[in-house]
Design a protein around this ligand. Structure first.
Ligand SMILES: NC(=O)c1ccc[n+]([C@@H]2O[C@H](COP(=O)([O-])OP(=O)(O)OC[C@H]3O[C@@H](n4cnc5c(N)ncnc54)[C@H](OP(=O)(O)O)[C@@H]3O)[C@@H](O)[C@H]2O)c1
Length: 330
C-alpha cells in the first residue's frame, strides 16, 4: 500500500454478534501516536480470542478486530527512538481493551512496548502466526511453570495454535513433550517434537499417556472444564498445571492435587499488554523470532484468507479443526 494514502481498509464491528457483524470499511489511516509505531500490516493471525471478544459485548466505539500482526514500520511517534521506517516488526496484544485498532487492517498503530523486531529470515506470515500463541506458550512454560531442560510437558490439543507452538517450544527448551490430538495429526506433531501423541477421544487418556510417556512436570490445559481432574492425574509429583482458558477452573479432587504438591496456574497472555508489573511483551516476541530464524521453532500455517474474507476466518477459527494457524493477508 502506498504510504501517502490517507485512508485504508480495515475489518471493523460496531455491535457484538456472529462473524457477520464484521465489515470491511475504508477508514482514516491511523497516526502512530505518542510512544506508538505505525505498522503497514503484511500478515495478521486469527485467534479464538478475536471471535470471543467480538461476541462478548458491544464495543464502545467501532473496533478493528485482530490481535497479531507482522509488517513494516511506516512511521514512529514521539518518544520512539529504537525503530525506524522500513523496519520489519511483529506485535501482539491488540485485542485488549486498550485498543480499537486491531490488526485486520492495512495499517495499525501499536504501542512501542508491544512491538519487536522480526528477523530477516522469518516471513511476515510466520511472525504474525507465532505472536499471540508463542507468547502464551512462553509465559506458561517459562514464566509460570519453570519448565527445565530435561523436564517434561503434556499439551492438550497439540495441533491447535497454542498446542503446536507449545510442543515446539518445549522441545527447543530441551524438555520432552507429549500431547493429545486427533490421530490424523500424529505424524506432523511427532515431527514437531512430540514423543507421544494420544487420541483425546481414547478410553483412558491418563493410562495412554503415562504408560508410554510417564507423568509430566507441566500440563498445559485450555479446557479445564473437561480436563482439570485429568491434569492432576497426568502431572508428576510437585508438578505444575497451567490453565489458559475455560469458564470453570475448580480442581475436582483437591486432596489428590494437595497430595501431589501441585501448583495450578491461571494465566492470560493479554495481561502483558495491560499490566506493567508483568514481564514485557517485546522481549518474548524477540526471542520467539530468534528461535524461528534459527530453525529451532516452527510455526505451521493451515490456511490464508484475504481481508474481505475475515468473517469466514473468524468462523473457521472457532468451528474448524486446524493444524497451526489461520492467517489473514491485507
Ligand atoms: N489465556 C491465554 O493467554 C490464552 C492465549 C491463547 C489462547 N487461549 C485460549 O486457549 C484456547 C486454545 O487456543 P488456540 O489458539 O490453540 O485454539 P485452536 O487453534 O482452535 O486449538 C484448539 C485445540 O483444542 C483441541 N480440542 C478440541 N476438542 C478437544 C478435546 N475434547 N480434547 C482436547 N483437545 C481438544 C483442538 O483439536 P481439534 O482440532 O481436533 O478440534 C485444537 O487442537 C482457546 O480457548 C483460546 O481462547 C488463551
Amino acid at each position: 500500500m502506498p504510504s501517502e494514502l490517507a485512508t485504508m481498509d480495515a475489518v471493523r464491528y460496531r455491535t457484538a454478534g456472529g462473524p457477520e457483524v464484521l465489515e470491511l470499511e475504508s477508514i482514516d489511516r491511523p497516526t502512530p501516536g505518542h510512544h506508538g509505531v505505525l505498522v503497514e500490516v503484511e500478515a495478521a493471525a486469527v485467534n479464538p480470542v478475536d471471535a470471543k471478544v467480538r461476541m462478548r459485548r458491544d464495543p464502545p466505539r467501532p473496533t478493528t478486530t485482530g490481535s497479531d500482526l507482522a509488517g513494516t514500520v511506516a512511521a514512529v511517534g514521539d518518544g520512539v527512538t529504537d525503530f525506524e521506517v522500513g523496519d520489519r516488526v511483529v506485535a501482539t496484544g491488540l485485542h485488549t481493551a486498550r485498543f480499537s485498532g486491531g490488526s485486520f487492517a492495512e495499517c495499525a498503530s501499536v504501542p512501542r512496548d508491544l512491538v519487536a523486531r522480526l528477523p530477516d529470515g522469518v516471513s511476515f506470515e510466520s511472525g504474525a502466526a507465532v505472536a499471540l500463541v508463542g507468547v502464551t506458550a512462553w509465559r506458561a512454560f517459562v514464566d509460570h511453570a519453570g519448565l527445565e531442560p530435561g523436564g517434561s510437558a503434556f499439551v492438550h490439543g497439540g495441533n491447535g495454535g497454542v498446542g503446536h507452538v507449545a510442543i515446539g517450544l518445549a522441545t527447543a527448551m530441551g524438555a520432552s513433550v507429549a500431547c493429545s490430538a486427533k490421530p490424523t495429526y500424529a505424524d506432523v506433531l511427532t515431527d514437531l517434537g512430540a514423543e507421544t501423541v494420544v487420541d483425546y477421544d481414547c478410553d483412558d487418556l491418563v493410562a495412554a499417556v503415562t504408560d508410554e510417556f510417564g507423568h509430566a512436570d507441566v500440563v498445559l490445559d485450555h479446557m479445564p472444564e473437561t480436563y482439570l481432574g485429568t491434569d492432576v492425574e497426568l502431572a508428576a509429583f510437585a508438578g505444575d498445571i497451567v490453565v489458559i482458558a475455560g469458564p470453570e477452573g475448580t480442581v475436582p479432587d483437591a486432596s489428590a492435587a494437595r497430595s501431589k504438591e501441585l501448583d495450578v496456574h491461571m494465566m492470560s497472555m493479554s495481561n502483558l499488554a495491560t499490566h506493567r508489573e508483568l514481564p514485557p511483551m517485546a522481549p518474548i516476541l524477540e526471542k520467539l523470532g530468534r528461535l524461528l530464524a534459527d530453525g529451532r521453532l516452527e510455526v505451521l500455517i493451515d490456511r490464508r484468507y484475504d481481508l474481505d474474507q475475515a468473517a469466514e476466518a473468524h468462523r473457521a477459527v472457532l468451528e474448524e479443526s486446524v493444524l497451526g494457524k489461520i492467517i489473514v493477508v491485507p
